[in-house]
Ligand binder design. Structure first.
Ligand SMILES: Nc1ncnc2c1ncn2[C@@H]1O[C@H](COP(=O)(O)OP(=O)(O)O)[C@@H](O)[C@H]1O
Ligand SMILES: [Mg+2]
Length: 262
């Protein structure tokens, strides 16, 4: 398999009034085509910065970011993004929110075809019948479902998500995990998911990357290797419990609290 995303020895510092703040300190990362990469790490270690670099919204001070064999030097249309706050436009219906990226990247596609594509995705995430609603008429979980549809409507090479389920309650979040897995089995895409929820990283990820504290490097990589058929109960199996413990320990090391298990 070829690597769709390649991040080579990336360094980045923000300029602040009190001097440069080094955020990424030689980060390396490879995500093969079709893989789901979950990224965890201490708060403020540079995870959101990493998503901006992959999307081409920023250029690193040093090192290289490659997407699909091309060096990323400017914003990429072939990237879909989803954030904790779904940022849907209130003056548009749910359907027209989902269609938005097609209006930008598929200008020649007839409206009928755009509508059919959006309807197909909304059905996949359980939002059939809500196409004509406004964002404020939907629950937080439903808005996030619509936002995921919008992020993949134009079939991006990669879907980048920055803590997309962070604001949802536990049950809604678990529903969304399953929605995410259904979407991926219906139309495979490569994904990078930033999360602070270790269960989420293991349930959704093919690999989980633990970043060190600032300036962040890749501290630990775990290949998940669970079966494709993944009921939520799998999270309570002993071998998955061991994986979660290992990740918890790695986060503690990243936070500089290696031996402390409390
Ligand atoms: N535009 C910016 N200018 C200055 N500092 C920033 C900027 N963006 C982020 N930072 C700082 O860089 C560090 C990493 O930020 P971020 O990538 O958002 O971390 P994370 O998403 O892991 O919490 C934080 O300390 C944050 O305050
Ligand atoms: Mg962040």
């Amino acid at each position: 398999m070829t690597d769709l995303i390649e991040i080579k020895d990336v360094h980045h510092a923000y300029k602040t009034r009190s001097g440069p703040l080094p955020v990424l300190g030689g980060l390396n990362l490879s995500v093969p085509e079709g893989e789901f990469c979950a990224v965890v790490g201490p708060s403020g270690c540079g995870k959101s910065t990493l998503t901006r670099l992959i999307a081409g919204l920023m250029r690193p001070d040093a090192g290289e970011v490659w997407l699909h064999g091309e060096r990323v030097v400017s914003p990429r249309r072939t990237v879909g993004m989803a954030f904790q706050n779904p940022v849907l436009l209130e003056w548009r219906t749910i359907l027209d929110n989902v269609i938005l990226p097609l209006e930008i990247v598929a200008t020649k596609m007839p409206r009928k075809q755009r509508v059919a594509r959006a309807e197909e995705l909304l059905a996949m995430v359980g939002l059939s019948g809500f196409e004509g609603k406004r964002p404020s008429e939907l629950s937080g979980g439903m808005r996030q479902r619509a936002s995921l549809c919008r992020a993949i409507v134009h079939k991006p090479d990669v879907l980048i998500m920055d803590e997309p389920f962070g604001a949802l309650d536990n049950f809604t979040r678990e529903d969304l995990w399953q929605t995410m897995r259904n979407l991926r089995s219906a139309e495979p895409f490569t994904a990078v998911l930033i999360t602070h929820d270790l269960r989420e990283s293991v349930y959704l990820g093919d690999q989980v990357i633990v970043l060190s504290d600032r300036p962040a490097k890749t501290q630990y990589v775990m290949d998940i290797g669970l079966s494709e058929d993944r009921p939520l109960d799998i999270l309570y199996e002993p071998h998955v419990g061991d994986m979660l413990q290992t990740l918890r320990d790695q986060i503690r090391i990243a936070q500089g609290r290696g031996g402390d298990r409390h």
